[in-house]
Design a protein around this ligand. Structure first.
Ligand code: SF4
Length: 320
């Protein structure tokens, strides 16, 4: 059930009415956050609209409490800022809500003095992206701590360094929300928006969260040139969501692999490339299964497909 200002809407009709009224004023206005930062720092999980840098929500943002709410609120989000706000307060998966908030309260020792976001991590980066990067889910002490997807953990360190090398990120690091990192043409999203125990969302949780990704793809599709998918689960989720957004997807579905490449056709007949890349988990990067040059190869292809210049020294540039 959708909750707004502590009241719960009990029917789909009421849901839709509330959504329509609030759609234009529920997302946080830009510029409001900086002066309110101190308030946010005292709370883990962070309450919506209390000053966390980049928090897209306000106390008025409607809260999805079950899978029907997720579908309703995702489908009726008309702009990416509203979608981000609604994602960031979602409570539709009881197990994941309990886990993300427990982690935010107990914290890792190294971050014991820091506040934790403890909410879903919405997509982040360009609102009209040419490159979309799709991962699996936030890390418990990464995005679940910083509030920004792929930020504050080793996987993010690897990813943003590579994005910077190929010209898709302003700086080589992504340490915390509000750190000055900037993605001019790239958006980064997770297929499941809450940190799951053992990095393993259940099939039901994956299905419950899917409408957020489907709507996000819908909204960014007009400007998109390429989707880079990190890992096999993201690959399946991205192709399914692209199909749900009206794209023609090859059948049978192409298999995931590092360097896998396929194409989908949008409803307005544009071709979007979909590239596979091993996930930059420590399991892959520490073992050498994924190297920097392998990562640069795929992201370099994405940069070229998005109209960038070939990044020097990456194999992807040569194949652009
Ligand atoms: Fe909501 Fe997705 Fe988090 Fe489930 S995983 S609570 S659907 S944001």
């Amino acid at each position: 059930m959708i909750t707004v200002r502590g009241r719960r809407a009990g029917s789909t009709g009421i849901r839709c009415a509330i959504v329509a009224v609030l759609d234009c004023r529920e997302a946080a206005p830009t510029g409001i956050m900086a002066g309110m930062a101190a308030a946010a720092l005292s709370s883990s999980p962070v309450r919506p609209g209390t000053g966390w840098p980049g928090d897209p929500a306000t106390p008025r943002t409607p809260v999805a409490g079950d899978p029907i709410d997720v579908r309703t609120l995702a489908a009726s989000a008309r702009v990416i800022g509203v979608l981000d706000a609604r994602v960031s307060v979602c409570r539709a998966c009881p197990r994941l809500v309990a886990w993300r908030e427990e982690v935010a309260r107990t914290k890792r020792k190294a971050f014991a003095d820091e506040p934790y976001w403890g909410r879903p991590a919405p997509g982040w980066g360009a609102e009209r992206p040419r490159v979309l990067i799709v991962g699996l889910a936030p890390a418990a002490h990464g995005a679940n701590r910083t509030g920004r997807v792929f930020t504050g953990d080793r996987s993010g360190d690897w990813l943003f360094a590579a994005l910077h090398r190929v010209g898709l990120a302003a700086t080589a690091t992504s340490a915390y929300a509000g750190d000055g990192q900037h993605l001019p043409v790239t958006r980064v999203v997770a297929a499941v928006r809450c940190a799951p125990p053992a990095n393993a969302p259940t099939p039901v949780e994956r299905a419950t969260c899917a409408p957020w990704l489907e709507r996000e793809l819908d909204l960014v599709l007009p400007t998109l040139d390429v989707v880079v998918v990190l890992g096999g689960f993201g690959w399946a989720a991205a192709l399914t969501s692209l199909a749900a957004a009206g794209c023609s997807v090859p059948s049978p579905r192409p298999r995931f692999g590092h360097g896998a490449r396929t194409e989908v056709v949008t409803p307005d007949r544009r071709v979007i490339a979909v590239l596979g890349c091993y996930h930059p988990s420590q399991q892959n990067t520490f073992t050498g299964r994924l190297t920097e040059s392998m990562t640069d190869d795929v992201l370099g292809q994405a940069a070229v497909l998005a109209g960038g210049h070939p990044p020097q020294g990456t194999a992807g540039a040569a194949r652009g």
